[in-house]
Design a protein. Structure first.
Length: 147
């Protein structure tokens, strides 16, 4: 099982944050579903929107009847302030999650998790040990392709 490899007492940013969030969400996914998705990617859009995209979530894609059942099953992720994913993002980023939205599209087998983070303080400084990365969002993406 994948586990975040970071010191949980200090906030992360930049690629370290993206890597740690991806690993932690994959670990939670494994615990809940017993298998890993085919892909997972975490990106930061601007300063305050963290997105996680998970693809290939069906456990048994070789069995068409099982896949059809899964595609029509109700969504199991309930968007909530108290979701495990929110706790992970807050712990790793050192920032409060103001809003959490999760959705799933069975057609392309994609799940997206959106985390709206509390703004950084003016001047870009964060909690002690927090390193602020001011780079374009497209340059701080992290992809994990799980075999």
């Amino acid at each position: 099982m994948l586990l975040p490899s970071c010191d949980s007492t200090s906030a992360l940013s930049g690629e370290l944050l993206l890597d740690a969030v991806t690993d932690a969400i994959l670990a939670l996914y494994w615990q809940k579903h017993g298998h890993l998705p085919a892909t997972a990617e975490t990106t930061m859009l601007g300063d305050d929107l963290l997105t996680c995209t998970i693809g290939g979530t069906y456990a048994d894609t070789d069995n068409p009847s099982h896949t059809a059942d899964v595609r029509h099953a109700p969504e199991t992720v309930q968007p909530s302030r108290h979701h495990d994913y929110v706790d992970v993002v807050e712990r790793l980023s050192g920032r409060t999650v103001l809003a959490f939205i999760a959705d799933f599209d069975a057609g392309p087998d994609l799940r997206i998790e959106l985390f709206w983070l509390a703004p950084l303080p003016v001047g870009g400084s964060g909690p002690p040990g927090y390193i602020v990365a001011r780079v374009p969002p497209e340059s701080i993406t992290c992809s994990r392709h799980v075999p």
